[in-house]
Design a protein around this ligand. Sequence first.
Ligand SMILES: [Cu+2]
Length: 393
Amino acid sequence: MKLLKKMALKITVFLSLMLVSWRAVADYQLNMTSGVTPVSHDVYLLHMTAFYISLVICAVVFGVMFYAIIMHRKSRHPVASKFDQHLGLEITWAVIPLLILIIIAIPATMVVYRMNDTRNSELVVKVTGYQWKWRYEYLNQGISFYSNLSTPMNQRANLEPKGEHYLLEVDQPLVIPVGEKVRFLITANDVIHSWWVPAFGVKTDAIPGFIREAWAQVDTVGTYRGQCAELCGAGHGFMPIVVIAVSKADFAKWVANMTRGKVNADTMLPNKTWSKSELLQKGRQTYNQNCAGCHQTEGKGLPPLYPALASSKITLGPAVDEIQLVLAGKSGTAMPGFDDQLSDDDVASVVTYTRNEFGNNTHDIIQPRQVAKIREAAKITHQSEQSSPEVNV
Ligand SMILES: [Cu+2]
């Protein structure tokens, strides 16, 4: 009686634990989602078809196996039959898998074909992977921008609680209209990255020197998140993708705003004189987005690969040298040139920041127009270098 009671208690505890954990499990989804584009729906259907075929194979194979184990056990069949070389059986078990493979291969080929069919697209976006950010260029609208991780440094350093979209949020998301076929031209500037948005069924390697294509036609307005899916260096986990799908009318408004914003930025900002605190504030932001991945938040770097900026020859030496280094990079090292990634005010603020932070108290203030001058001078030198062979001829 005591034993029975003990057993009943154990079973009750086990069942209630199962109930609790089942609730926890219900929050997770094991299967793929069907996504929001024709390609992702196709991929999902293909996946489910292959899954059900596997289930049937599994049931048949295990059925035959257990039948043999039970019906031909030693107590029932002490002497095994000794036949071999059954031609009909050999042919059957070679042909059946072949047929199954063909049955799966036909829809799979059709899906791969459809995935790569980028004809008749209404919008073309070039996607370029950088260490560690994405650049989006709307080829016919003249819009181009970089999309940087926007999760605050304090969350990354475990000094603040992590937000809902930790490491899956950016300062400027890609915006596309719903119901239009958007063609993506995917490439990279430095190493191999991979542009992966699960809800679109798109995961395409971004390879320097190659342009690879993908497309999406989103049915539903919403925000879709993805990540770089190719191990691309120390900041691989810090280059998320955020795509916002909006109605066609909202997209037209967004394009108009972006184009207007660009005109303002190009014409207004270089004339402005920035205060030191403005520069430091913007500089901190620019630094955390572009530099902290290698040189670290505290400017200590990760020597010898990523040098420290605290009390370094660069941040304490002439400001012109530092600006030139930021713009042009340093060949043979991991330092890329930021000439086409950072605006004049970005460079001015980040250089001001690095020369006044990390114990580098140079009191230097760099204005965007100084950067513009250095940039212009570098362009002229570059052009004359390029044109000199023609002069010699
Ligand atoms: Cu990457």
